[in-house]
Design a binder for this molecule. Structure first.
Ligand SMILES: *[C@@H]1O[C@H](CO)[C@@H](O)[C@H](O)[C@H]1NC(C)=O
Ligand SMILES: *[C@@H]1O[C@H](CO)[C@@H](O)[C@H](O)[C@H]1NC(C)=O
Ligand SMILES: *[C@@H]1O[C@H](CO)[C@@H](O)[C@H](O)[C@H]1NC(C)=O
Ligand SMILES: *[C@@H]1O[C@H](CO)[C@@H](O)[C@H](O)[C@H]1NC(C)=O
Length: 372
């Protein structure tokens, strides 16, 4: 054998034996990203463990996702060729599975603030999710050592997607003391200083490639409309979402320049979702103001239940239940975020790609493509 070949082979073997790690995702979020954590929180009132949740995903049984099909994070991850991370509380989670797939800590009812969603009794706040991530890091260090772990966690992708509950299930509900302790501006300042600390913490733990999802027009979720006397969107709530997005975008720009080697990005789909809500037909939807899964005339229904009735065509509804978008709406949101984050579409190669990027199946933007 030629010397060069031997050298090349040796380097290649060292790579294999040295156990090059895959690029995986660590996801922090709320019900919009939960893939089963709350199912394992037996006392939590925020549950997607009954039919008809998951009806358009895999075998159609509930899987912990608070929608009929895929989450936005599922769709974005798929399009960048990353595996879907399992729920942290899934009892079958092992170090090997974490190294192959990452972990999803998202929990329905969770918020940026510890006190958010207290009404649900059990949920994982962002602080709690970060503590669990630190536990994951200790497990991985024990398994593959300090040096390799450091590289693994620095090369991973991080998704942080919370904030709706801090408004809907905290600030806007008079049962929470934050609703009378703060005004719009001071509450958003409080959220931003908390989020800044959390993102800095993730950076100190190794996060370098991190994306934050902003909020949609949450004053237009069916629950907010039914609570308004006119059935219109609650503009006050929408203004809060816009203010949150603006402040978050500024925060992420600041952190990205100040933190070493950090690519921290913010993206939201507010405008496109707002347009879909005003002009559903233009986007192939037929309903943008009521939940596909509803309980007779009783509104708001707190959740989708086995006794609920479903709309005729789930792909035509923007909202699946009172709070959460349908699979088709999530697809539209994901495509907008993919564009904003600069992940290229269709042939699916992510701009600063370190991950394998199989072609993203070209599908009609609004075609239901449930799978699992
Ligand atoms: C929030 O909860 C975490 C534990 O998850 C705790 O360490 C932290 O001090 C709490 N923060 C505040 C502001 O209460
Ligand atoms: C930033 O990247 C450089 C080059 O890869 C490396 O030497 C340095 O240690 C990194 N700094 C941090 C804080 O990650
Ligand atoms: C759209 O909605 C209208 C009225 O609500 C209904 O007549 C029509 O059949 C719906 N179309 C589809 C494809 O669901
Ligand atoms: C990717 O898409 C672009 C434009 O849509 C096209 O020109 C190019 O040939 C595609 N590349 C591959 C490898 O399919």
């Amino acid at each position: 054998m030629k010397l060069e070949l031997v050298v090349a082979l040796t380097i290649w073997m060292a790579g294999i034996l040295g156990g090059e790690c895959k690029v995986v995702q660590f996801i922090f979020g709320d019900s919009l990203s939960d893939v089963g954590n709350n199912m394992h929180l037996s006392k939590s009132l925020a549950q997607a463990s009954l039919p008809w949740y998951g009806i358009d995903f895999g075998n159609g049984l509930p899987n912990g996702r608070f929608t009929n099909g895929r989450t936005v994070a599922d769709i974005i991850g798929d399009s960048t060729g990353l595996p879907r991370p399992p729920a942290f509380l899934d009892p079958s989670l092992t170090e090997d599975l974490i190294l192959e797939n990452g972990v999803n800590y998202a929990s329905g009812g969770g918020g940026i603030l510890n006190e958010t969603g207290g009404y649900f009794i059990q949920r994982l706040s962002l602080n709690k999710q970060i503590e669990l991530f630190q536990g994951t890091q200790r497990m991985i260090i024990n398994k593959i050592g300090e040096e390799k772990s450091k590289r693994f966690f620095q090369e991973s992708q991080y998704v942080v997607a919370l904030g709706s509950n801090d408004f809907i299930n905290n600030y806007l509900m008079p049962v929470y003391s934050d609703s009378w302790k703060y005004n719009d501006q001071t509450f958003i300042d409080y959220l931003m200083s908390t989020l800044e600390g959390q993102l800095r913490k993730l950076h100190s733990l190794g996060a370098r490639e991190l994306i934050v999802f902003g909020l949609g027009p949450m004053g237009c979720i069916p629950l907010q409309r039914v609570l308004s006397t006119t059935g219109e969107c609650q503009e006050k709530t929408n203004k809060l979402a816009l203010a949150f997005n603006k402040a978050s975008s500024k925060l992420l720009d600041k952190l990205s320049t100040r933190l070493a080697n950090a690519s921290f990005k913010f993206g939201d789909a507010y405008d496109v979702v707002n347009d879909v809500i005003s002009n559903p037909y233009k986007y192939g939807f037929n309903n943008s103001d009521s939940p596909c899964c509803s309980f007779g005339q009783i509104r708001p229904a707190l959740t989708c239940l086995p006794a609920s009735t479903l709309c005729e065509d789930r792909s035509k509804y923007v909202f699946w239940d009172e709070y959460h978008p349908s699979d088709s709406a999530n697809e539209l949101i994901a495509r907008e975020l993919i564009k904003k984050f600069g992940f290229t579409r269709v042939n699916g190669t992510k701009a600063p790609a370190s991950a394998p990027s199989p072609a993203m199946a070209p599908s009609h933007a609004l075609a239901p493509s449930p799978e699992g």
